[in-house]
Design a protein around this ligand. Sequence first.
Ligand SMILES: [Zn+2]
Length: 136
Amino acid sequence: MEAAAIRKAHRGATFVRADLHIHTFGEGGSYDVQDASMTPEGVVRTAIQKNLHVIAITDHNSTGNVRRAIAAAQGARLLVVPAVELSSPGGHFLVYAQGAEDVERIVARLDFSEDCHHRPGWAHFPPESPGPRGPS
Ligand SMILES: [Zn+2]
């Protein structure tokens, strides 16, 4: 269905401009981002300039820049979804949460095969871990 047809068939849905897979630069960001303008504040500024309504910071195995992005978006018409992109032997997967503390709690329970905050590596739950749905 084309976008115009979707809008015409509107049944209460709201359409928003969103980018739910963004990596950031710096210590709390992704090891593979070289563009120094991609700080959490820079990403938020660009998202606002591009008229996005929702973004997610999905750095590789790191949530270090999520709170900075949320803070940078305070007072703006932009929702920052706390998230992380986890590396695994089967590929990368994106995890979204309601609050920064939720995604930070998930990452804190993981073991990493190497220092994958700065280079590729795997994230996994330790054998004794109850996993992502374990006791809080
Ligand atoms: Zn990615």
